[in-house]
Write a protein that binds this ligand. Structure first.
Ligand code: UTP
Length: 322
């Protein structure tokens, strides 16, 4: 029997197959910069205004079309798992009080995406954490979103990265310009321009370089679209900077041509909050707090008043007001 297929249908079927469907969120780091807050709680559970940081990250994945989310957990994983579960007793109480607004907030987290959890075992580094996802993601490309790095949901970075991955069939890393004196805090990229504004080809990557050795001031930030070939490079890793298995080193091998496809960078100039850093975390709370629909105006008025007082006190003595 001859099978006739409508070419338009075939095209629709092909465009429907999404190349990137899964997200991996490593959240198994020790979070030592936040001690003692992180003694019994992962730093990814610290609230930004009224939601744990990781909820924003899961929401970002879902908004980019990635509804299968694997969170790599470490010690104190119970908090994380509970957050994405239902809470029948709390929901029952809120229902009885007819508090639908709060009920919606409780439900929200368990409905964003299909969330899976996997233990890292030991916090041996980001490369090791991503390597643990091999079986879950299989032979497909996948996104990695660091659980303590927030991208404002008005800036569609991940969507752009997936587009570049699809058009170039390449590994894609998010980059951001940072002041040269901060480069030693990040992975740093050597790049070549492409024809597309804001997209570069990465020729080398180095983890936390000394400023004198930094190839550029383009820092790697916590978003990646990876092809499955990354796992072979992760398997070959030796402990790198800080004695950890560094994802940057595995990516550097691909950038050096050891993989099948090249590595591209999308240069991000939008709003990013590094909530794994104490100052970054406070800034994120203030920046998102002043935009909050319920109390944003109240907080902005207070902040402006506080800033006036701070300026005055600094002018007088160089010290903050009591
Ligand atoms: P960080 O470099 O911020 O490390 O990890 P950290 O250990 O969590 O934090 P500090 O420096 O001690 O305060 C970046 C991301 O990678 C995850 C972290 O949870 C964070 O989201 N990570 C890091 C892992 O999942 N496993 C690791 O072994 C290391």
């Amino acid at each position: 029997m001859l099978l006739s297929i409508n070419p338009d249908k075939l095209h629709d079927m092909a465009t429907d197959v999404r190349t990137v469907q899964k997200a991996v969120i490593p959240a198994a780091g020790l979070g030592t910069r936040f001690l003692p807050a992180t003694k019994a709680m992962p730093k990814e559970m610290l609230p930004i205004v009224d939601k744990p940081a990781i909820q924003y990250v899961v929401e970002e994945a879902a908004k980019s079309g990635l509804n299968d989310v694997l969170i790599i957990t470490g010690r104190n994983k119970e908090n994380l798992i509970s957050h994405f579960d239902g809470v029948p007793e709390l929901e029952y109480t809120l229902q009885r009080k007819s508090d639908t607004n709060k009920l919606r907030k409780v439900h929200e987290a368990s409905e964003i995406a299909e969330v899976h959890f996997l233990r890292q075992g030991q916090p041996l580094g980001l490369g090791h954490a991503v390597g643990r996802a091999r079986q879950h993601v299989g032979q497909q490309s996948f996104a990695v979103l660091l659980g303590d790095d927030l991208i404002d949901d008005r800036d569609a970075l991940l969507t752009k990265m997936i587009e570049v991955h699809d058009s170039e069939q390449a590994t894609v890393v998010a980059l951001m310009e940072v002041p040269p004196e901060q480069v030693h805090l990040y992975g740093c990229a050597a790049v070549e321009p492409t024809d597309e504004p804001g997209v570069v080809r990465i020729t080398a990557l180095v983890e936390k370089p000394d400023p004198a050795d930094a190839p550029s001031n383009l820092a790697v930030i916590g978003r990646y679209v990876l092809r499955p070939e990354i796992f072979d490079e992760i398997d070959k890793l030796e402990p790198g900077r800080g004695g950890e298995y560094q994802l940057t080193d595995a990516l550097n091998a691909l950038a050096a041509g050891k993989g099948e496809r090249p590595v591209y960078g999308v240069v991000f100039d939008g709003r990013r909050y590094d909530t794994g850093d104490r100052v970054g975390w406070i800034q994120a709370n203030l920046r998102l707090g002043v935009e909050h629909s319920e109390f944003g105006d109240e907080l902005s008025d207070w902040l402006l008043e506080f800033a006036d007082g701070l300026r005055e006190a600094k002018a007088k003595s160089g010290r903050a007001p009591q």
